[in-house]
Design a protein around this ligand. Sequence first.
Ligand SMILES: O=C1O[C@H](COP(=O)(O)O)[C@@H](O)[C@H](O)[C@H]1O
Length: 236
Amino acid sequence: MTDEVEWWEYDDVAEMAAAVAGDIAFIIESAIDARGAAVVALAGGTTPIPIYEKLSSAKLDWKRVTVVPGDERIVPLGDPLSNVTALARYFLPKGARVIPIVPNAIADYKAAGRSADALMQDLHWPLDLCLLGVGNDGHAASIFPGPDFDEAVNGPKERRALGVLPDPMPIEAPVPRVTLSLAAITAARALLIAVRGQEKRDIIETAIRQGPSSPYPVGLVLAGTDLPVDIHWAPA
Ligand SMILES: O=C1O[C@H](COP(=O)(O)O)[C@@H](O)[C@H](O)[C@H]1O
């Protein structure tokens, strides 16, 4: 369980985006200095978009950077719900390697998860960074309540990704998912969380109080890591 959670509060999204983009750029630069390359898993959804916009203007050796979505909705590439499509928009033009983790024409979410896991094995582990968002229901990456929850949380340590069928489905993107496992997320060298709005803040604060018995996936992430975690927050 992390014993160091630090909240960073901002007046608005632009301020949060600049700060988080600065932190990510520093992590990427340090990884390149130390290991010659950086591998980062970035959050999907809407919250991090201003962060990516800012980050993509950072002067980095982008050719040495690999970006994967920390989770993906199972939709075709180019779909407005596709997390990797948003990442590609910002980081492909910079020369980064942006890796889709869901095969384009796959209906079976379990098979999509196995395929993502196989693909993840080719990356350099542990991740240099995992940036997480949090849903209004407390999900982090795409670890959701449902039939795959136990596998995502308690599966073998070497399983880095798996398919997930959320139950209940989140209204903003009601589709099956592929997600990094809890083990892959908590093994990252650095963990950042960026969220907006009081509702998410309340959920995270409750999850922290609950500790390892939290029903919220974000609580399990915080309980499962020994790293200090910075939580960046801006009003909705
Ligand atoms: O479905 C997802 O939701 C969460 C939160 O997204 P947001 O739009 O509320 O910021 C996101 O972190 C996750 O990557 C995404 O797939």
